[in-house]
Design a protein around this ligand. Structure first.
Ligand code: SF4
Length: 313
């Protein structure tokens, strides 16, 4: 369904006219593929490059090098309409991604209107069908975004993403802006829609608990690389990379009185324009050995999982 081949995305910046040029390596040589129906959860701290990767897969920006293939076709050879029929986004904040001056039926119908392939009656039927699928009643169709709750707005954003019946949906933190009580409803809705409509998801989140709920495979991203990537269940059961273990340890426990554990990462997240030599995680790694400061860790899979760490075995 998706093949990402050695994709890079670097950004150049200068803080002043005569200052040194800096290169931010947001995505730094990633390769992976997904089958139909897979859910790839991409997790990592803010600044790790996960949203940039999502935008590359959506075709919202070109890679600096490498290629993204969807159903065997290179993304850059597809025009906007073809791309929209194959892949759609759901973003974090439904309020800012919905036009406040349009009614729900117009918002959800816009992608159909842009394709121009359906009569007005068929377009209306498709919109109402999709609203029902995301759990919104007919009465909601005439409301404006400001008249909806946060959860209802995200349902509208999901309906708009799915009304063209794409094959792939990139969900970028789709529940982060919602109340905790609503988050589970939206996650369950996305899971049901995946089954009903045969969707493939790329699910970007900083929250491992959310990813564990939805993903069939997981990629842990750090400074533009997948430092650990493999099937979700074994990765959560036996994390091999020290960074994955630290992220898992930092998930809050629901038990009252149990403090947030010290995950031992020490240093704050490094500057992505100054990626450390050797293993890029070594300045924060509690297990670093000498060669971690100079040598690049292995990238070959073992038991179906890639772990970029010398000590993973
Ligand atoms: Fe830590 Fe070394 Fe493994 Fe990198 S390669 S994660 S620094 S032990």
């Amino acid at each position: 369904m998706i093949e990402v081949k050695n994709v890079f995305r670097h950004f150049e910046s200068r803080s002043g006219l005569f200052s040194e040029r800096r290169v931010v390596r947001a995505v730094d040589g990633l390769s992976f593929s997904l089958e139909s129906g897979d859910v790839l959860g991409i997790v990592g701290e803010s600044g790790c490059g996960k949203s940039t990767l999502g935008r590359l897969i959506l075709g919202l920006m070109p890679p600096s090098a490498g290629e993204v293939l969807i159903e065997g076709q290179s993304l850059i050879t597809l025009d906007r309409r073809e791309r929209a029929r194959l892949i759609q986004p759901v973003f974090q904040d439904p309020f800012s991604s919905l036009n406040p001056r349009q009614r729900v039926r117009e918002i959800v119908g816009l992608p159909l209107a842009a394709q121009g392939a359906l009569s007005a009656a068929k377009q209306r039927d498709a919109v109402m069908d999709m609203l029902a699928r995301v759990g919104l009643s007919d009465a909601m169709a005439d409301r404006f975004p400001a008249q909806l709750s946060g959860g209802q707005r995200q349902r509208v954003a999901i309906a708009r993403a799915l009304v063209l019946r794409p094959r792939i949906v990139v969900c970028d933190e789709p529940t982060s802006a919602l109340d905790v009580s609503v988050q589970a409803q939206i996650l369950n809705l996305l899971a049901d829609l995946r089954k009903d409509l045969g969707l493939t998801y790329i699910f970007i989140s900083h929250n491992l608990a959310v990813v564990e709920h939805v993903a069939t495979e997981v990629a842990v991203m750090y400074l533009g690389r997948f430092v650990e990537h493999g099937p979700a269940a074994p990765l959560f059961a036996t994390p091999r990379h020290p960074y994955t273990r630290a992220l898992l340890a930092s998930v809050l426990t629901p038990e009252p009185g149990v403090p947030i554990p010290d995950v031992g990462l020490g240093e704050s997240y490094p500057d992505p324009s100054n990626v450390p030599a050797g293993c890029r995680f070594h300045p924060r790694c509690p297990m670093a050995i000498d060669r971690c400061r100079s040598d690049t860790p292995p990238t070959e899979p073992r038991d179906g999982r890639v772990t970029e760490c010398f000590l993973a075995a």
